[in-house]
Design a protein around this ligand. Sequence first.
Ligand SMILES: Nc1nc2c(ncn2[C@@H]2O[C@H](COP(=O)(O)OP(=O)(O)OP(=O)(O)O)[C@@H](O)[C@H]2O)c(=O)[nH]1
Ligand SMILES: [Mg+2]
Length: 210
Amino acid sequence: MSLKRIVMLGTGAVGKSAITLQYVSHYFANNYNPTIEDSFRTSITIGDDSYPIEILDTAGQEEFDALKDTYIRSGDGFAIVYSITSLTTFLEANEIRERIYRVLDKDPTQHIPICLVGNKSDLESERTVSKEQAEELARLWGISFIETSAKKKSNINELYQIIMKDVIDTKTKEDEEQKKLKEHEPTTKKSSKKQRNGKKSYKKIGCSVM
Ligand SMILES: Nc1nc2c(ncn2[C@@H]2O[C@H](COP(=O)(O)OP(=O)(O)OP(=O)(O)O)[C@@H](O)[C@H]2O)c(=O)[nH]1
Ligand SMILES: [Mg+2]
């Protein structure tokens, strides 16, 4: 399978870079350096197979917004990250999800591999977003949900596993649909040939098809 891109989206300071760095480089940075744009190549193992992936870490702060649509357009899977200690960052998830659909020009009924991610789960005493309300929202949107802690390295590998499995499943389904569509093509050609051999003239059928 070709290189798959996972795009990290979410408001500033929710922990997109911390999650990415914990996954790619196995360390946690306590200090906050707002990201402009970053990308990291690595691989992920699912079952017996290893897949090359690129993680695109986007800017949460609005002044660095320019490249975000380009990153979204190139993405195969998406993490919408909020902090469990900030209701505002959770409420912004909807806008981000709508932006993904708009940029990819997808119909709301179409599935896009997105995972809603409640980060900073180690800060339980500061929690303002309950697990239940996030689960409910993810169910409503038909996407997956996980709580993570970049600091404690909790559910970090699991997060990328969830997204990548969704990417693979979605791609398999799309390929099957394409195959089905192709299987119908010769039938259509056959029937038009039959029509041409029939009593009606070629020209007349040509007009009616048009
Ligand atoms: N306690 C705790 N702090 C975290 C966690 N993840 C990130 N942080 C801290 O939150 C702050 C922001 O983290 P970043 O990873 O830089 O946030 P970001 O979403 O990449 O921010 P932008 O690049 O501006 O969009 C930093 O001080 C991190 O140390 C976590 O799981 N637990
Ligand atoms: Mg960052």
